[in-house]
Write a protein that binds this ligand. Sequence first.
Ligand code: SF4
Length: 441
Amino acid sequence: MFKFCMKVYGCQMNVYDADKISTDLLNRGWVESDEDEADSVIYVGCSIRDKAEHKVWSQLGRYSDRWDREHKPSVAVLGCIAQNVGKQMAERFPWVELIAGPRHIGMIPDALMEVVESRKKKFLMDEDQRLFLDLETAPLKRNNPWKAFLTIAHGCDNFCTYCIVPYVRGRFMSRPPEEILAEAETLVQDGVKEITLLGQNVNSYGTDFQNGYRFSDLLRDVSSIEGLRLLRFVTSHPKDFTEDIIEVMAQNAVICPGINLPIQSGSDRILKKMNRKYDLATYTATVDMIRKRFPDAGLTSDLIVGFPGETEEDFNDSLKALEKFRFDLVHTAAYSPREGTAAASMEEQLSEAEKKRRLNIINDLQSKIAFEINQQLVGNKYILLVDGKAPKGESLFQGRTPSDKVVLFDSDEESLGRFAEVEIIRAEHWCLHGKILRFLD
Ligand code: SF4
């Protein structure tokens, strides 16, 4: 029996992968432990932004004392971070003994066992970008008993010029619907009330099938599972957001009207340089289609400032886009070059100071817009799943509106996992405050 410690530095897809691996190891008789006692410390990490990568590098340096004393722990680095810089990590640190790319997840439990027993380094790199070796285990070991992630597609074929995903997560591949439905049913039987479908571009789901089964079919089928109360999905690519998705959402109240539609820039010139495959006019038409059917839909977005060659005029177009679309929330970032991508070698790279200046301006504007939108929600009532304790505040708990806004309210442990009607009493720019009116179950 071996002890393991799981550490996740990345996005929801990394959390999902880590939960699946933990579940499988526990089924095999492994035991979770503190890092100091673990035979195997497992890092699942993201390489899409360099922040997670830096954190993992700094964490990996900490094992030399225990290694000198006990020749432990055996460290595994998994996920797209492993695909990107895993070999360098294994060269630098003797305790990094297993490196595996995200498309080898199905081989991880056996490989961990092998490495911990043999103490020989093992590399499972994703050389065939179309191959995917899945781990057929539902993520039953999760931090949250009521909510679960479910990855529906792997990789991406879009090659946006700033993005490393196609290089580190491989080609786009939809999981078979039967597999997804079986996993969703297992999760619901395990007590899950809310599932979030994950993919780099969930709405491109099925475009690699020959039988015409698409994302809207999957939404309809998953949302029909008895006992599932809330179904969310993230992220959607604007170029593939078709009307059939909206139709299915409108017919089924389980599917939450919260949509993340990354715009990335408000300038057609920059969108073209980014290879985003849409322009502002088509993006506008998609937003209009969504809002016509769901006037109260939560619409969030992602936006990069300081892309190579972004002029003041391009940047002003992004500011105008925020004014025009009035997103509920925008994940903003200053452009950061990722080695191996087309944009990293483009000319006209902006200085860090200029990118920071633009980021501050865009954040100030979005903060103001989000606050105005949230203020209009004061007095509204929502049915929410009480899904956890708030990160701060002794008696504060939280849930999300169907449109995906975080609501904080006073409650107690007894309310966890229950549905409550909550009235909004106060707004901040990033969240709402409410009070529980009644419980529904
Ligand atoms: S669509 Fe573009 S930004 Fe999104 S994962 Fe694919 S390449 Fe990256």
